[in-house]
Each structure stands twice: as structure tokens, then as C-alpha cells.
Design a protein. Structure first.
Length: 206
């Protein structure tokens, strides 16, 4: 351990992420809050970000580190100013069930979300306007979403045991669903060159 444990949340910590410059860590929790920490000292940089009314499932920094996006069981997505902790725009509210995963596009202009309503949606990060989706096809909760490094594709993992690759502009499937897992797919990520996707599942297999 290179720093003391960061303590303060009063509920399970659901998601953590480093800022692009490595100076900060953001965390989200069952306590409905988002905390921003100094990586070296473990001290809070600002007051906890509040506004979500239920568990904050997923958190991510924008590529420039100026924004934080969060997805929650309250069915909303929120984009925060890292410096002030204030909302950049009104909450994104099109999902009809918990938002389990959120991520910024590589250029920081878009946010992708995956939800327990079985859909994936893409939003304008500045305005909250829905720009693509809902992408439909999964037959159970979407647990994880990720942009490819070039921003052209989205990978998703679902409780339906499949991984799907989508065209980020059209929502069309790029290939047949990837099958093989025997339980929920909880996490997906692209390789740095975008040629491969890794998945982690409740079947204990990667």
C-alpha cells in the first residue's frame, strides 16, 4: 500500500477511477455520494458531490480530467465539474431502470450508458441530449459498457451472458454476439489498439 486507506464513505464503494494525470481518485458509493481524493495524501479535495438519490454504481473521468460522469440506481446519469462539484447540465433521465455503467468517449464529447432496462444509450456530454440509441438487443441487464480507443465502437456485457459490439453512430451490431460465458458478463474493456475485447463474468472466467 503506497498511501493510507481512504476512509469516509458510509456505504459500499461501487466504483473508483484515477484522473488522467493520476493526481486524483474519484469514488462512488451506496451512500449516494461521489468523493474526490488526492492520490498522494488520501485527503478529500472537495466536499462530497451530492444529488443522486440512490446507489451510485459507476463513475468515470473525462479524458481531460475536467468532468466526472456518474450512473446510479436512481435511473439518472450526471456530469459534474471536477473543480466545483457542480452539475454541468441537468441529469440525463431517459433510462427506465438502474444505470449500471457509464464511460466517456475518447474525445470527451459523448457519454455511453448501460442500464438494467437492457439498453445502451449515447449522450452529448455537455447538454445531456440523447444523440444515439437506445441500442436494443440484449435480453437482460447491461452490466458494463466501453468505448473503443478510436470512439467508433462500443462493447457491452450483459446478464444475458453475451458481449456485443456496436457501431457508436448507428447502433448496429458490428458482429454476431460473442457467446461462451455461462453467467452474467460483469465487465468489458477494449485493448489499447482496439483489436481485442476482454470480458469478466460471474462464471469466474476471463
Amino acid at each position: 500500500i503506497v498511501a493510507r486507506p481512504f476512509t469516509g464513505h458510509i456505504g459500499w464503494v461501487r466504483s473508483v477511477a484515477f484522473s488522467p494525470d493520476g493526481k486524483y481518485i474519484v469514488s462512488s458509493s451506496d451512500d449516494k455520494t461521489i468523493w474526490l481524493w488526492n492520490t498522494e495524501t488520501g485527503r478529500l479535495v472537495a466536499e462530497p458531490f451530492t444529488g443522486h438519490t440512490s446507489t451510485v454504481k459507476s463513475i468515470a473521468f473525462s479524458p481531460d480530467g475536467r468532468r466526472i460522469v456518474s450512473g446510479s440506481d436512481d435511473k439518472t446519469i450526471r456530469v459534474w465539474d471536477t473543480e466545483t462539484g457542480q452539475l454541468v447540465t441537468e441529469p440525463f433521465t431517459e433510462h427506465t431502470h438502474s444505470v449500471n455503467s457509464v464511460a466517456f468517449s475518447p474525445d470527451g464529447k459523448r457519454v455511453v450508458s448501460g442500464s438494467s432496462d437492457n439498453t445502451i444509450r449515447i449522450w452529448d456530454a455537455e447538454t445531456g441530449r440523447l444523440v444515439a440509441g437506445p441500442f436494443t438487443g440484449h435480453t437482460d441487464w447491461v452490466r458494463s459498457v466501453a468505448f473503443s480507443p478510436n470512439g467508433k465502437y462500443i462493447a457491452s456485457g450483459s446478464d444475458d451472458r453475451t458481449i456485443r459490439i456496436w457501431d457508436a453512430e448507428t447502433g448496429q451490431l458490428v458482429a454476431e454476439p460473442f457467446t461462451g460465458h455461462t453467467y452474467s458478463v460483469n465487465s468489458v474493456a477494449f485493448s489499447p489498439d482496439g483489436r481485442h475485447v476482454v470480458s469478466g463474468s460471474s462464471d469466474r472466467i476471463i
